[in-house]
Design a protein around this ligand. Structure first.
Ligand SMILES: Cc1ncc(COP(=O)(O)O)c(C=O)c1O
Length: 286
């Protein structure tokens, strides 16, 4: 290949999503009739509830939904997300603090784009979901893995975070319940990490996509519920995929401080514009 026809170094360095690769392989084998149980993508094994599908069908009847809508999301969905955030994450937010995205994955990407400058470091508790380091690097940041093993129930401590912190540390990724380990931080552990982030002015990206999928009566307490003072430096990521069995509908969202959400909406207005209106109406019903 000649120099002029070469590809971007940044994009060439991205690894394909291992989760989606294995998932596609499992689905192909299943289509061949092989008895495959896939542990690849996190996907509920039941269909989207009927009332959600009905809402989408109804939305298809309204020609208004065949047109562009606001990039940050339909006002009714932004309001519904604000209500869910208060209900499940204990944080009161206004609809203008919500940006509706094409799945939680776009929210992850946009969050790093909005807060990182070249060379900024992001503390990433490991084992982690494969998208985080790629999304960090796409925003010119540097992922810094902080490993916690089975003896630690795969949960990092403040002492570990402090040991990994440098003057370039800009953010920490907090995922509870965690993908891939399933670990849920206790309210006390969550509080400690929140206080550490508060003390050092570190952004928190809290990925709450598995928030409603806990077992044995465990409740995953949101980091903004544990310590509300961190809300001004926290971006919450969530979506309908896992909780409502809607992985293919591609509706997620990000919630955070107004300036950060305005920046995310500006980015999205050039990247993808609004999320599919029919899927947004389905999400409102969910
Ligand atoms: C931890 C985590 N966050 C975010 C996502 C993104 O979900 P989606 O883009 O399907 O809404 C996933 C999907 O597997 C995930 O595992």
């Amino acid at each position: 290949m000649t120099e002029r026809a070469s590809l971007s170094q940044k994009i060439s360095a991205i690894a394909e999503s291992a989760t989606l690769k294995v998932d596609a392989k499992a689905k192909a084998l299943k289509a061949e009739g092989r008895p495959v149980i896939s542990y690849a993508a996190g996907e509920p094994d039941f269909a989207t509830p009927a009332h959600v599908v009905d809402a989408a069908r109804e939305a298809l009847e309204d020609p208004a939904n065949f047109r562009y809508s606001p990039a940050a999301g339909l006002p009714a969905l932004r309001k519904a997300v604000a209500e869910k955030t208060l209900r499940d994450s204990g944080l009161a937010v206004e609809p203008n603090q919500v940006v509706v995205t094409n799945g939680g994955k776009q929210a992850v990407y946009q969050a790093f784009q909005v807060i990182l400058n070249p060379g900024d470091e992001v503390l990433l508790p490991s084992p982690y979901w494969t998208t985080y380091p790629e999304a960090i690097q796409l925003a010119d940041g540097t992922p810094v893995a902080v490993f916690a093993d089975a003896d630690a129930d795969y949960k990092v401590t403040v002492a570990q975070l402090e040991a990994a912190r440098t003057d370039k540390t800009k953010a920490i990724v907090f995922v509870s319940p965690s993908n891939p380990t399933g670990s849920v931080y206790t309210p006390e552990e969550t509080e400690e990490i929140a206080h550490w982030a508060l003390e050092h002015g570190v952004w928190i990206l809290t990925d709450e996509i598995y928030q409603n999928l806990t077992y044995d009566g465990v409740r995953a307490v949101s980091i903004v519920e544990a310590v509300p003072e961190v809300a001004d430096q926290t971006i919450l990521l969530n979506g309908v995929a896992k909780t409502y069995a809607m992985t293919g509908w591609r509706v997620g969202w990000m919630v955070g401080p107004v300036a950060a959400m305005k920046a995310a909406a500006n980015l999205q207005s050039h990247l993808t514009s609004n999320v599919n209106n029919i899927a947004q109406y389905a999400a409102i019903a969910a």
